[in-house]
Design a protein around this ligand. Structure first.
Ligand code: ADE
Length: 248
């Protein structure tokens, strides 16, 4: 499978610098990720390549103009392929692991339009069925970082993008549990020892220890996640017992 996407941006170099490194670069070389970066300024029609303008009705800041976006969309959609339209915005629905998982399986090309300034001319609503998506309750200087966060979280779930397919399965949020603690060599450094069980070679014991640690870490740091996690009666009782020990 290949994840295909088009990123519409005023700052193409920002996108290229990120997708040109590390796992996203390798995924492209392997043909598992196909990213087209579209510079909205290429679709302006004045000497200064103006992509923004002052808001009608007055007020601070600038608004992203409609025409360059509409023309860029015309050029993109000339191939007629199916697309999913995503626009970054702090007022959008919140991005999550579930969204990344769903997008990673979507056969359509994902279009990311990076919002900017005080917003985008609202008439873009008529250009495509846009989904507004936010990466969190804070305001970025532009949508590029948001689009990159979503692209990265989605691409790593595409089969083959991570070397070992199990690394995308055994990790935080997949089963609504945070990850268990990890260690690597040496087994002891400045008196700090790796838990004995991990050196035991006893796979069942290691698995049980990791499960217990994941439960405890989630219970301690993000108890809200435990509500939708698959936790057995017995495990719930053990976690409740931890609380009793703390409060007594
Ligand atoms: N643009 C500015 N802030 C943003 C956010 N939090 N999420 C998505 N796009 C944004």
């Amino acid at each position: 499978m290949t994840m295909r996407c088009d990123i519409l941006t005023l700052f193409p170099e920002m996108i290229r610098s990120v997708i040109g490194a590390s796992i996203l670069a390798r995924a492209q070389e392997q043909g598992r990720l196909d990213v087209r970066v579209v510079d909205l300024r290429d679709y302006t029609d004045d000497r200064h390549r103006t992509a923004d303008d002052a808001p009608y009705g007055g007020g601070v800041g600038m608004v992203l103009k409609l025409e360059p976006i509409a023309r860029a969309i015309d050029a993109l959609t000339a191939d007629g392929g199916p697309r999913r339209w995503i626009v970054t915005s702090p007022r959008g629905r919140r991005f999550s692991h579930e969204a990344a998982a769903e997008w990673s399986r979507d056969p359509r090309r994902l279009v990311f339009l990076c919002g900017h300034y005080e917003g985008i001319d609202d008439r873009i609503g008529a250009t495509a069925p846009w989904e507004e998506v936010s990466i969190g309750d804070y305001v970025l200087t532009g949508g590029e970082l948001a689009a990159l966060v979503m692209l990265d979280a989605t691409a790593r779930l595409v089969p083959g993008v991570l070397g070992d397919p199990s690394s995308a399965v055994e990790e935080s949020f997949v089963d609504s549990l945070l990850e268990y603690p990890q260690y690597t060599r040496p087994a002891e450094f400045r008196g700090l020892r790796v838990p004995d069980v991990l050196l035991s070679g006893h796979h069942a014991a290691i698995k049980a220890w990791r499960r217990e640690q994941a439960l405890r870490e989630t219970h301690r740091r993000r108890p809200d996640l435990l509500e939708r996690a698959a936790v057995s009666e017995d495990e719930r009782r053990r976690l409740d017992a931890l609380d009793e020990r703390v409060s007594s």
